[in-house]
Design a protein. Sequence first.
Length: 391
Amino acid sequence: MEKRTYDFENIPCRFGTNSLKWDGLESRYGHSDLLSMWIADMDFCTPQFVIDALHNRLNHAVLGYSMPGNEWSTAIINWLENRHNWKIENDWLGFIPGIVRGIAFVIKTFTTAHDKVMVMSPVYHPFFHVAEDNGRQPEYCPLIIRDEQYYIDFNLFEERVKNCKVFILSNPHNPGGRVWTKEELQQMASICHKYNVIVISDEIHADLTLKPYKHHPFATVSKEAAECSITFMSPSKAFNTPGIISSYSIVSNDELREKFYNYMTASEYNQGNLFAYIVPATAYSELGTDWLEQVCSYISDNIDFVENFLTNELPLLDMIRPQASFLIFLDCRKLGLSQPELEKLFIEKAGLALNTGTMFGPEGEGFMRMNIATSRTTIKEALERIKKAIE
């Protein structure tokens, strides 16, 4: 197959497309003219082979009810085995209408009001919001920063998780981009299995794991992990298709799978639209492998660029260097500003829309999350604005 070359420097204008990232600036930040680097989608063009597959389907005159088809399940099964060394069975696989919704469905299936649900903060904020909004009690296990990277206090982890029904794991972690090691995942699994805690492993950023790191699907690290976990994955982050809900679940434990999939079937939550099935079937191909190699290389170079700029031009800022995905957690604590002052600096002085660190929990105080899945030119402009604002 002929190798395609992708252009990540020429970014299409997204205004006027009902883009949450760009058209939503006014409602969320009070300004419409900010440089948008917040929500976790890419500014890169969705790969053309995915667009072509959607076009080809639209060329048919009827958009009727659709089934997943063998192409959907076969593509996912082959992709997980070839890319992540995870051999799954077809029966383990199910469609879910979005990973946050999937988390809510697991909580509804396996917990009751006021049960505890553990998260490791700072963490993707819907993890604790979806627990609270469904009448459950979030239990926080703060991560430790050491040498500008996140680590787990396993003594605290066991103390907190033993009274919980569910633990929601971000694997890789968001924010911060930490790729958990096999040994860390095994230790989580051993503790959760010991106390009969169900692990929801959100692995949406898995395919964007950067060299030299390796992603380990939680369910593969031990027999205990496979027995106590429900895994959620999606091509949406890696192939920039979040506008098409194409997530899926993998559950190897018979008892968990039967109970969860019965819940999903009862309300037809397990039914996707025809585009939801086309995206994974197309993305998880040889073309997809080639795309990921190039986009991950560009993202890695962007991370290097930010790191070098901070070192040479912005010594008051540090960063949690991501080992996966395109989200940089900027450590702004040396500025000595309160979180509202920090937000004002970025929005009103620098003209940037970033995610405020406390969105991810109290441990995000003094941090801002920056999405660098955009052109190098845009990143340079953003960093120059921050430098000017601080000066």
